[in-house]
Design a protein around this ligand. Structure first.
Ligand code: NAD
Ligand code: TDX
Length: 349
C-alpha cells in the first residue's frame, strides 16, 4: 500500500496521469491536490471520481500550512508534481501568478517532503517540467539533458526556477528527486487556449485562427498518453537525481500544422476544401516568441525503454474527434461552469 500525492491532477496532463495511476495501481491511494483554477476541471476525472483508491483535496500548493497538513494526514510515499500555471501568453500578461505557483508552490512541496520524510530511501519526489527551460533552438540541434538552461518567457523562467530548487533539495538535503522535461503535449482535455484545442474550437465556430508572426516557429508534438506512460516509467524506474527529456520526434512548423488541421477539419465537418484555411489570420507575434523546440529523447529510450507509441496522424485524429464529440466540455470550461459547480461543492462541504 502506498500513498501518492499528484498535484495538478484536475488539469490536462494531470488528469490523464491520475486515470492511469488509479486504474493501473489499485494498491496505491492516489491523492489529487488541485486548486481548481480556470485550467482545473474535475469533470476530466468523472470516470475515476468514485474509485476506492482516489481522493480529491482542493487546495493551493502555495499555502504552506495546508501542504504540510496534507503530508501529516496521508504520510505520502511519493509525489508527482504537475500543478502549475502553464500558458505562456498568460505568463506574459500576469507573471506574478506564475512565480507564486510554479516557484513558491514547488518549494513548499519540497519543504514538506523534506520535513516529513525522515527516512527517505524509498521515497520519490517527481517534478514534471518542460523543454522551454532550455530556451530557443536555431534550425539545427536538439535539447539534451546537458543543454544549458536559457528560459526566455516568464513561464519558462518560473519552471526553470522550480527545476533548480528541486535539484538544490537533492544536492543539499538528499531529497530523492527526479525531473523530466517534456515537449508540447496535445490530446483530449487540453484547455482551449493552447494552439491545437483553440484552433479546433475556432474552426468549428468559423472564428479567425490567430497565427503569431509568420507561423514559422517549430514545436515538437507528443500525444498526452505517451507522456503519461513516460511519467509512469520515470516515477517507478528513473534514477534519483537524474533528469529525463521526453519528446515526440515530431517537429512541425506552426503554419504547416495549422494547414494540416484545416484540411482534416474540412473533411470532418463536411465543408468545401479550403474553407477552414480562409480563417487563418496572421497577428502580432508573441513577445519573446521562442523559435524552435526539439527534444533528444535518447536517454529515456536507452535507459528506461520509452518511445512514443502513437503516430501523429492517429493522435491528431483522436484529438480532433474528442473535441468534436465533447462540445459541452468546451463550452463549460471556457465559461467557467464546471469550476463554479465544483468550487461550490467543495466550499460547502
Ligand atoms: P494545466 O494548466 O492544464 O493544469 C494545471 C493544473 O494545476 C490545473 O488543474 C490547475 O487547477 C492546477 N493548479 C494551478 N495552480 C495551482 C496551485 N497554486 N495549487 C494547486 N493546483 C494548482 O497544465 P498542463 O498542461 O496539464 O501541465 C501540467 C504540468 O506539465 C505543468 O507543470 C507544465 O509546466 C508541465 N508541462 C506541460 C506541457 C504541455 O504541453 N502542456 C509540456 C511540458 C510540461
Ligand atoms: O493563438 C495562438 N497562435 C499561435 O500562433 C497560440 C495559442 C499559439 N500560437 C503558437 C505559439 C507557439 O509557437 O503556437 C505554438 C504553440 O503555442 P502554445 O500552445 O501556447 O504552446 P507553447 O507556448 O509552445 O507551450 C506549450 O508547450 C510547452 C505549453 O503551453 C507549455 O505548458 C509547455 O511547457
Amino acid at each position: 500500500m502506498k500513498n501518492i500525492l499528484i498535484t495538478g491532477g484536475a488539469g490536462f496532463i494531470g488528469s490523464h496521469v491520475i486515470r492511469l495511476f488509479v486504474n493501473k495501481y489499485p494498491d496505491y491511494t492516489v491523492v489529487n491536490l488541485d486548486k481548481l483554477t480556470y485550467a482545473g476541471n474535475l469533470e476530466n476525472l468523472k470516470d475515476v471520481e468514485n474509485a476506492p483508491n482516489y481522493v480529491f483535496e482542493k487546495g493551493d500548493i502555495v499555502d504552506e500550512a495546508f501542504v504540510f497538513a496534507l503530508f501529516e494526514k496521508y504520510a505520502f510515499d511519493g509525489v508527482i508534481h504537475l500543478a502549475a500555471e502553464s500558458h505562456v501568453d498568460r505568463s506574459i500578461a500576469n507573471p506574478m501568478e506564475f512565480i507564486h505557483t510554479n516557484v513558491i508552490g514547488t518549494v513548499n512541496l519540497l519543504n514538506a517532503a523534506k520535513t516529513h520524510w525522515k527516512d527517505s530511501s524509498d521515497k520519490r519526489f517527481y517534478h514534471i517540467s518542460t523543454d522551454e527551460v532550455y530556451g530557443s533552438l536555431g534550425e539545427e540541434g536538439l535539447f539534451t539533458e546537458e543543454t544549458a538552461y536559457d528560459p526566455r518567457s516568464p513561464y519558462s523562467a518560473a519552471k526553470a526556477g522550480s527545476d533548480h530548487f528541486v535539484r538544490a533539495w537533492f544536492h543539499t538535503y538528499k531529497l530523492p528527486v527526479v525531473i523530466s522535461n517534456c515537449s508540447n503535449n496535445y490530446g483530449p482535455n487540453q484547455f482551449p487556449e493552447k494552439l491545437l484545442p483553440l484552433f479546433i474550437n475556432n474552426i468549428i465556430h468559423n472564428k479567425p485562427l490567430p497565427v503569431y508572426g509568420k507561423g514559422e516557429n517549430v514545436r515538437d508534438w507528443l500525444y498526452v498518453i505517451d507522456h503519461v506512460h513516460a511519467i509512469d516509467l520515470v516515477y517507478h524506474k528513473g534514477m534519483v537525481g537524474e533528469t529525463y527529456n521526453i519528446g515526440g520526434h515530431n517537429e512541425w512548423k506552426n503554419i504547416d500544422l495549422i494547414r494540416l488541421l484545416c484540411k482534416i477539419m474540412d473533411i470532418k465537418l463536411g465543408r468545401e476544401p479550403g474553407t477552414s484555411e480562409k480563417l487563418i489570420t496572421y497577428v502580432k507575434d508573441r513577445a519573446g516568441h521562442d523559435m524552435r523546440y526539439a527534444i533528444d529523447a535518447s536517454k529515456i529510450q536507452e535507459e528506461l525503454g520509452w518511445v512514443p507509441s502513437l503516430q501523429f496522424a492517429e493522435g491528431l485524429d483522436k484529438t480532433i474527434d474528442w473535441y468534436l464529440d465533447n462540445p459541452e466540455w468546451i463550452k463549460n470550461v471556457t465559461s467557467g461552469e464546471y469550476q463554479n459547480y465544483y468550487r461550490e461543492q467543495y466550499e460547502n462541504r
